[in-house]
Structure formats: structure tokens, C-alpha cells
Design a protein around this ligand. Structure first.
Ligand code: NAI
Length: 583
């Protein structure tokens, strides 16, 4: 009887492991590699290797019968805790850490030891933990990534020295059933510039949010850093920098390397593997997206995810302004990746709503960059992604003049220029509009074009405000306003969940528009009453589910789903694939 129980428990653990993770246990590796120096004296006990495997380890959460069956007696103290007890203890420990970076390191270390507990903490306390897994702390973590390197694989590091071998290197990752990949070349990490291989912190953090915010199973996720060198001299001079010490690869060789990776991923994981471009520099991001979006299942969160979040804010604002997206006149301050992405998706949304050609719809969208208004007379000097918005308009040099002459109904700040939405600009917007839209999306907080308090004060409470970074509610003239945060986490986890749940073969502009619409529809009345155009981040899992259901429905409607036949109840199907950490 005892033997049977032992066997069935051991089998169930190795089965659930091999089922979800389909990999070799370290145990098997040790048996196959009896190197006297490495493993001298190692007995290969099942209990020990189980506890050393993060996806199997439960710490004090192992039941007494599991302890008997797996040979864990003596390796654990007598106490037994539930997963919920462990989550509570972990949160207490997290709250005791004084620095934000310590909290980041603490959570990452937990992932190395007990991944079920890590995801349980993130899923149950997403709102509180998000800043320590992703922005803003992940920025500092990337800057110090080489010093913080943890000696355990968090994802794949693929360097240009591996050219020609990428497909076989993918086999080295212990999990074979990968469905979502976030990959970066580290050139433009948040607002911090070129971090080289240290940019790996971003794919790791983003994928943690795929799981925490949308329940994408962590074993299906793979973070990838493409190491093509770095142009950041500090990194090249740092003796402890963990990436290649050479300047960035460019041109055809660069494109070929990215292509080798994407083709290897599709070959190994299938045509529905979702590839998210992350933090690529402007000179590559648009070109790569345009080249690959018709060929594989991919999207760029900095361009398209940001665009969908901002569009959702505009769509949500209709309930407050009474103005539909097609009746707005937009002025963008900043014409980089975020600005161009949002502008294109807004034009696309107007096209969907009105049936007008996209080229016509773009005429409602104007952009300013560091040299003033993007317009026809500047065509010769404009980067490719701005050309669609170079209208036949007189050039003006500064923002206030542009607001005065163009009379926009919506002002979107993606310039990284703090305080650029000054009193004169916001008063001019308010003079022209009953309820002006003022989105100050630049991050971090210190770079916001204005604060919500300024927007409400200078517009006499009329502004419909949103920001890129979180701000506290503001009370003005006796009314409390909640500034909405256009956080990309409202969109990309839901996109990932949809792609995984229906086996999407493409992600299109229509999907992004649909995601934005689903997000706008998820804003509850009490938030709108406080002039807020986004739902509460505490409700992120429900929001992600709504976004995922909307996209998946479109994938089936357009023949771009490979999980067939279409589930009768799509929402129930998507719910059923959402990962819920448990023992
Ligand atoms: P980027 O570097 O690609 O673009 C910045 C743009 O601002 C460039 O077009 C530049 O010419 C323009 N600019 C700089 N100085 C200017 C000036 N003095 N006057 C007018 N324009 C000026 O950066 P990207 O990726 O477009 O991001 C811009 C900002 O948006 C960042 O702060 C970023 O954090 C934020 N962002 C916010 C998101 C959100 O709220 N969900 C998502 C993505 C980005």
C-alpha cells in the first residue's frame, strides 16, 4: 500500500512536471552526468531534487504523505503551511524590505526557489507587486542586471556568436511547449536607452505580468534576449557586464540574425507561437514589425500595445465628452514609437467607425516633434514613421502655436518633455473645448507633460486626463478626480491570453482596435464619475479576460485561430486555460 502511494505520488509529480514542463528532472541529469567533481557525494534523492526544482517545490506546503512518498522527511521542519499561509508570509516579508530594488530581487529570488508561490503572490497581490516586477523598478533592475545576475536561467540569451545555431539552442530550454515569447535586443529599454543584454529584465517582467494579469501558464512563456552588442560605453567598459563586448550589429546582418531567431522559433514551436517585440530601437522597431506582422503571430507592445491603451482612453472618454473618436482632432506632442503607434491606430479606428479610407482619417491627426509641426514642407527630413502625418499645413515651431492654429480637441503627450503642457497650453485647450482631452503619457512620473493637479486646475476641472505613470487622486473645487493610468498591462496580457487560448496565427490592427474597445467598455461607472477613463488595476484579471474574449472571437471570425473547432462557449474556454497557482 505504502509502495503504491509512493509510486503514485512520485509518478503524479513527475507526470504533472513532464506534462506541463516536459523536461528532464535535474535528477535525470545528475544520473546521466556522474561527473566526480561536480556531483561528488550526491545521492540523487528524489526529495532533494524535487525541492530544488522551482516548479515542483512547495516548501512547507508539502503534505505529510508527500513528504513520506518523496523522501522529504528530514529535509523539512515539521510544520505544514498552506499556499495561502505562504503567500501571506511572503507579503509580510516583501513589505518589510525598505528599498524597491530589494523588493524586486526578493521576488525574483522567490521565483528561483518556488515558482508556484511566486505566481500565487503575483496573482493574489498584482496591484501591490506590479511595480516591483515591472515598471518602474524593472528599469533600475535592467541598469544593474549584470551585477544582479542570479546564476539561474530566466530565459534564453542568444548572441550573434550563436548565429547558425539558434534552432538547436532552443532545444536547450527545458520546456518544449512554448506559446508566448517576449524578446528584446535591449536597444531602447524604457526611457533608459541601450542596455544591451541587461535588457533581459524586461521580457522576464513582461511575461510575469502575462501570468499575473491574465493567467497565461508560466511554463508556456519564454523570455529571450538577443545580444547584438551595445553602444553604451559604460557597459562596454564594465568588467562585469554579462553581454558581448562589441558595438551593435546593424544593417542586413542584424536583420538576418533577427530573422534566424523568428524562423527558429516558428519551426520549433509552430506557427501560432506568439512573438512580442519589446523595446527595440526606433530605427528597427517599425521596419521589423511591418516585415513580420503579415508573416507570423507577432506584435510590438511599445507601438501597438501602447496604441491600444491610448485608444481605449479616447474611446472611454466619449462617455464624458460626448465626442466620438471620429469627431476628434488630435495633436500629438512627440512623434516617436509611442506617438506614431497611437496616431496610426486612432486613424485606423476612425476608418473602422466611418468607413473612410485610412489616408483620409489620418488628416484628423497632427504631430509635433523636436523640430515643430510635422508637415509637408519637412518631408525631406522626416523619419519614415512620421511621413503619413506630414499634412499640407503651415509649419509652426512650438506647442502653444500649434494648439492655437490647429484647435485640437485632444492633446496627447508622448515627448518625454516634462512640464511642456504648461498653463497657457491647457488654458488654450480649455478655451476651445468644453471638455478637452489631456493625456500626459510620458514616463516616468518626472517626465509627464503635466500633473493631473495642473490639468484639472488650469482647465477648471474640465480636462479628461490620463497619464503614463500612476498619480494619486486629486480634489479640486470639492470634487475628487481619479487620473487614469494608461498602463500597457491593460492590453498585452489579454492579447497573449487570447493568442494562446485560440492558437492565433496573426495579430492585426483590428485585434488592437477590438482590444481597445473591450478595455473602454470595462470602465465602471464610479470611475467615469471621477473622470477616469480606465478600470481599476485591481480588476486586471477580469479586464484581461474581457480583452482576450474579444480578440479570440475576432480570430475565429477571421479564420486566424488554430485551436479548432471553435469552443461553443469562448469565455468558458478561455477561463479554463487561465493558470491558477495552487498546490
Ligand atoms: P521616442 O524616443 O521614440 O519618442 C519621443 C518623441 O518625442 C520623439 O519624436 C521626439 O522628437 C519627441 N520630442 C523630444 N523632445 C521634444 C520636444 N522638445 N518637442 C517636441 N517633441 C519632442 O519615445 P517613445 O517610445 O515614443 O516614448 C515617448 C514617451 O511615451 C516616453 O516617456 C514613454 O515612457 C511614454 N510611453 C508611455 C506609454 C504609456 O503610457 N502606456 C507606453 C509607451 C511609451
Amino acid at each position: 500500500m505504502y509502495l503504491l502511494l509512493t509510486l503514485s505520488l512520485a509518478l503524479s509529480i513527475s507526470f504533472s512536471f513532464s506534462n506541463s514542463v516536459s523536461a528532464c528532472l535535474p535528477y535525470d541529469f545528475l544520473i546521466a552526468n556522474p561527473s566526480p567533481t561536480l556531483w561528488q557525494g550526491f545521492s540523487g534523492s528524489m526529495g532533494y531534487t524535487t525541492m530544488k526544482t522551482p516548479s515542483l517545490n512547495k516548501g512547507l506546503g508539502f503534505t505529510y504523505s508527500e513528504r513520506d512518498a518523496l523522501g522529504l522527511r528530514g529535509l523539512l521542519p515539521p510544520a505544514k503551511l498552506t499556499l495561502e499561509d505562504q503567500v501571506e508570509l511572503t507579503m509580510q516579508e516583501l513589505r518589510r524590505k525598505s528599498s524597491a530594488l530589494d523588493k524586486y530581487v526578493f521576488l525574483q529570488s522567490l521565483q528561483d526557489v518556488n515558482s508556484t508561490l511566486y505566481y500565487a503572490v503575483l496573482s493574489r497581490h498584482t496591484y501591490e507587486c506590479m511595480p516591483f516586477v515591472y515598471t518602474p523598478v524593472v528599469g533600475e533592475a535592467c541598469q544593474k542586471f549584470s551585477q544582479l545576475y542570479r546564476h539561474t536561467p530566466q530565459g534564453l540569451y542568444l548572441s550573434i556568436d550563436d548565429r547558425g545555431k539558434l534552432r538547436s539552442i532552443l532545444d536547450n530550454w527545458p520546456v518544449q511547449d512554448i506559446r508566448a515569447i517576449v524578446f528584446t535586443d535591449g536597444e531602447r529599454i524604457l526611457g533608459l536607452g541601450d542596455q544591451g543584454i541587461d535588457g533581459m529584465g524586461i521580457p522576464v517582467g513582461k511575461l510575469a505580468l502575462y501570468t499575473a494579469c491574465a493567467g497565461v501558464h508560466p511554463s508556456h512563456c519564454l523570455p529571450v534576449a538577443l545580444d547584438v552588442g551595445t553602444n553604451t560605453q559604460d557597459k562596454l567598459d564594465d568588467p562585469f557586464y554579462i553581454g558581448l563586448k562589441r558595438r551593435r550589429l546593424t544593417g542586413r546582418e542584424y536583420d538576418a540574425f533577427v530573422a534566424e531567431f523568428i524562423e527558429a522559433a516558428v519551426d520549433k514551436y509552430g506557427k501560432s507561437v506568439m512573438l512580442q517585440f519589446e523595446d527595440f530601437g526606433n530605427s528597427n522597431a517599425f521596419r521589423l514589425l511591418h516585415h513580420w506582422q503579415e508573416k507570423v503571430c507577432c506584435f510590438n507592445d511599445d507601438i501597438q500595445g501602447t496604441a491600444a491603451v491610448a485608444l481605449a482612453g479616447v474611446l472611454g472618454s466619449t462617455a464624458l465628452t460626448g465626442t466620438a473618436v471620429e469627431d476628434h482632432r488630435f495633436l500629438f506632442f512627440g512623434a516617436g514609437e509611442a506617438g506614431a503607434g497611437i496616431a496610426e491606430l486612432i486613424a485606423y479606428a476612425i476608418h473602422v467607425e466611418t468607413g473612410k479610407p485610412v489616408e483620409e482619417c489620418r488628416k484628423q491627426v497632427f504631430m509635433l516633434d523636436s523640430k515643430g509641426l510635422v508637415c509637408k514642407s519637412r518631408l525631406h527630413e522626416l523619419q519614415h514613421h512620421k511621413i503619413n502625418f506630414a499634412h499640407d499645413t503651415e509649419h509652426v515651431a512650438d506647442l502653444l502655436s500649434a494648439v492655437k492654429t490647429l484647435k485640437p480637441t485632444a492633446l496627447v503627450g508622448v515627448s518625454t518633455l516634462p512640464k511642456s503642457f504648461n498653463q497657457a497650453v491647457i488654458e488654450e485647450m480649455s478655451a476651445n473645448n468644453e471638455r478637452p482631452i489631456i493625456f500626459a503619457l510620458s514616463n516616468p512620473t518626472s517626465k509627464a507633460e503635466c500633473t493631473p493637479e495642473e490639468a484639472y486646475r488650469w482647465s477648471n476641472g474640465a480636462a479628461v486626463f490620463a497619464s503614463g505613470s500612476p498619480f494619486e487622486p486629486v480634489t479640486f473645487n470639492g470634487k475628487t478626480y481619479v487620473p487614469g493610468q494608461g498602463n500597457n498591462a491593460y492590453i498585452f496580457p489579454g492579447v497573449g491570453l487570447a493568442a494562446v487560448a485560440c492558437g492565433a496565427t496573426r495579430i492585426t490592427d483590428l485585434d488592437m482596435y477590438i482590444a481597445a474597445k473591450a478595455l473602454a467598455e470595462a470602465v465602471p461607472k464610479d470611475r467615469l464619475d471621477a473622470s477616469c477613463v480606465y478600470p481599476h488595476l485591481r480588476d486586471i484579471r477580469d479586464v484581461s479576460l474581457k480583452v482576450a474574449v474579444a480578440i479570440a472571437a475576432n480570430k475565429y471570425a477571421t479564420g486566424q485561430a488554430s485551436v479548432l473547432p471553435k469552443p461553443v462557449d469562448l469565455e468558458a474556454h478561455i477561463r479554463s486555460v487561465m493558470y491558477e497557482p495552487s498546490y
